[in-house]
Design a protein around this ligand. Sequence first.
Ligand code: FES
Length: 66
Amino acid sequence: MEHTLEQNNKIVVLENGPYLMEGKFTFIDHTGSETSKEGKVALCRCGLSASKPFCDGTHRRNEWKS
Ligand code: FES
């Protein structure tokens, strides 16, 4: 999946958790399908989420550490 970032967006790496993105984003998957998001979005960093690329909280249940 390709991610397009606009100016003034930010990404914060949370300890033992996801990438917390804040701003306005367009996500483009491998088929070219686009999804726009605005505000705060958490992207999975542990690889365990059932709704990748988004965090679904599974990292907490599995006590994932980074
Ligand atoms: S970081 Fe939350 S489910 Fe992967």
